[in-house]
Design a protein around this ligand. Structure first.
Ligand SMILES: Cc1cc2nc3c(=O)[nH]c(=O)nc-3n(C[C@H](O)[C@H](O)[C@H](O)COP(=O)(O)OP(=O)(O)OC[C@H]3O[C@@H](n4cnc5c(N)ncnc54)[C@H](O)[C@@H]3O)c2cc1C
Length: 430
């Protein structure tokens, strides 16, 4: 690779207690909980809208369970979600979340991709954003990496892992989209591999598999998941799939745009031909971005593993209690699930401990959301949005306690964080 050198002074456009990098489900909750503790927060987002996969990625419904009383319950109300399996309205979510995040202690930096960090020894002094005015720096005492991709941790030199141990492969990428124009009287739902829906032509899942084998659907698409939305004549479709894509490489993402958008057309054709009530369905909207399920996992003081999840392990330094979602590994090397034909392995409600959020080597950094410290299999469970929100809330509080105490994450008395959470009604212990 050819290298060029750039050396220049850049303006500092703000100094904050806490810089939250990435405004997805984890980041918005981290920013809000820190702001409510009185910290001055910069919430820095590369896109022009907050919400991450929840808005930009058209991802839903909100999956996963956590203990009672977390910010996830508040967000559910903000999104006006009534039923667990119903997808929220993405447009309403953009408006409602933007209103919700307005807080005097939060300054929102949109269209501000973080492209570098300013280091002082093992500490991050500030993040560098790329703007239409060139590069600018935002300084903070504590940085929370909630970029999903672990971008800040990587730039700061933290250790990261990616993919499954044996071959480094990650879960496939997808473009989510919604179809409208379906007949309200004859409509089916298919939320997972275990759904057993029979339509006149046969069992729906068998028809999906057959279509994939005969070339009516792409070989990587052998299930077309159809979720209810808040409108009776619509279904949100989670089906398109491309394997062997590195979600950190722009060339792979460009290739995915082309292939997945063409897959959308094939999926719609399949629905029109196969499913009663879908004869006139059409694409209503789709995610602008490629839905990337898995990239970096930042190595922390503790790495949670699938054995912790399967045993429903509890920890003294719990930050998220009763996290609950199956080990949902979309096959990195083909269609369907990686480990089972049908339903993915269930877990026992488990704790996520403080050590998962504290990266090794860097002294003033936390992670929150899908880039925390865990194994490939554990990640397939804790990556869902409800669990990521609860992580963000806890780590926003932890960062504020660091600021108040002048402490560093590794040395923080986590019991202080737990007390603030339980005092406000968050369930952390049985
Ligand atoms: C196709 C697909 C389907 C899914 N289905 C479901 C589902 O049905 N239900 C469910 O609950 N979960 C689902 N998930 C998982 C879930 O969406 C994610 O794991 C979750 O959104 C992770 O939250 P997060 O806050 O960690 O990251 P994200 O939602 O990815 O948010 C990260 C934010 O950081 C920003 N960012 C990244 N890099 C930078 C940078 N350098 N500078 C500034 N900002 C940056 C991003 O733009 C983004 O806004 C799905 C995921 C995919 C891809």
């Amino acid at each position: 690779m050819r290298l060029v050198e750039i050396k220049r002074e850049i303006p500092v456009v703000g100094e904050f207690d806490i810089v939250v990098a990435g405004a997805g489900p984890a980041g918005i909750c981290a920013a809000m909980s820190a702001a409510r503790q009185g910290s001055k927060v910069a919430l820095v987002e590369r896109f022009g809208i907050i919400g991450g996969n929840l808005t930009s990625g058209h991802v839903g419904p909100l999956l996963g369970l956590v203990g009672n009383g977390t910010m996830r319950d508040e967000i559910t109300k903000v999104l006006e979600v009534e039923q667990y399996s119903t997808h929220f309205d993405v447009e309403k979510a953009k408006i409602n979340l933007t209103n919700w995040i307005s807080h005097p202690n939060i300054e929102l930096f949109l269209n501000s991709p973080i492209v570098d960090v300013v280091m002082s020894g093992n500490e991050i002094n500030g993040v560098v954003i790329g703007t239409q005015n060139g590069m600018e720096a935002i300084k903070g005492k504590i940085v929370i990496d909630s970029t999903g991709d672990g971008a800040v941790s990587f730039l700061a030199g933290a250790d990261v892992e990616m993919g499954r141990r044996e071959d480094g492969l990650v879960q496939p990428v997808t473009i989510m989209f919604t179809v409208s124009g379906i007949d309200k009287e004859q409509r089916i739902v298919c939320t997972h591999e275990e759904d057993d829906t029979v339509i006149p032509k046969g069992n729906y899942l068998d028809l999906c598999r057959k279509a994939s084998e005969t070339g009516k659907l792409p070989p990587t698409v052998n299930i077309v998941r159809l979720y209810k939305t808040q409108h009776a004549d619509e279904r949100m479709v989670n089906a398109t799939q491309l394997n062997h894509i590195d979600g950190l490489k722009h060339s792979d993402l460009a290739k995915s745009q082309l292939e997945l958008r063409n897959q959308m057309l094939q999926v719609v054709e399949f629905l029109r031909e196969t499913v009663p009530g879908f004869e006139n369905c059409k694409i209503k909207d789709s995610s602008d971005i490629i839905g990337v399920r898995e990239t970096r996992r930042v190595v922390g003081e503790y790495m949670i593993s699938s054995s912790d999840l399967l045993a429903g392990r509890t920890f003294e330094d719990v930050m998220v209690h009763k996290a609950d979602f199956c080990i949902d590994i979309h096959n990195p090397d083909g269609a369907g699930q990686a480990e089972t034909e049908g339903c993915p392995p269930e877990v026992e409600p488990y704790d996520i401990p403080y050590g998962c959020f504290v990266p090794k080597k860097i002294d003033n950094l936390y992670t929150a959301g899908r880039c925390i410290s865990g194994s490939h299999r554990a990640h397939a469970s804790y990556r869902v949005m409800n669990i990521c929100m609860a992580m963000g809330e806890a780590i926003g509080i932890a960062a504020s306690v660091c600021v108040k105490d002048g402490a560093k994450p590794r040395a923080l008395d986590y019991k202080k964080v737990q007390k603030i959470m339980t005092d406000s009604g968050v369930e952390l212990f049985d």
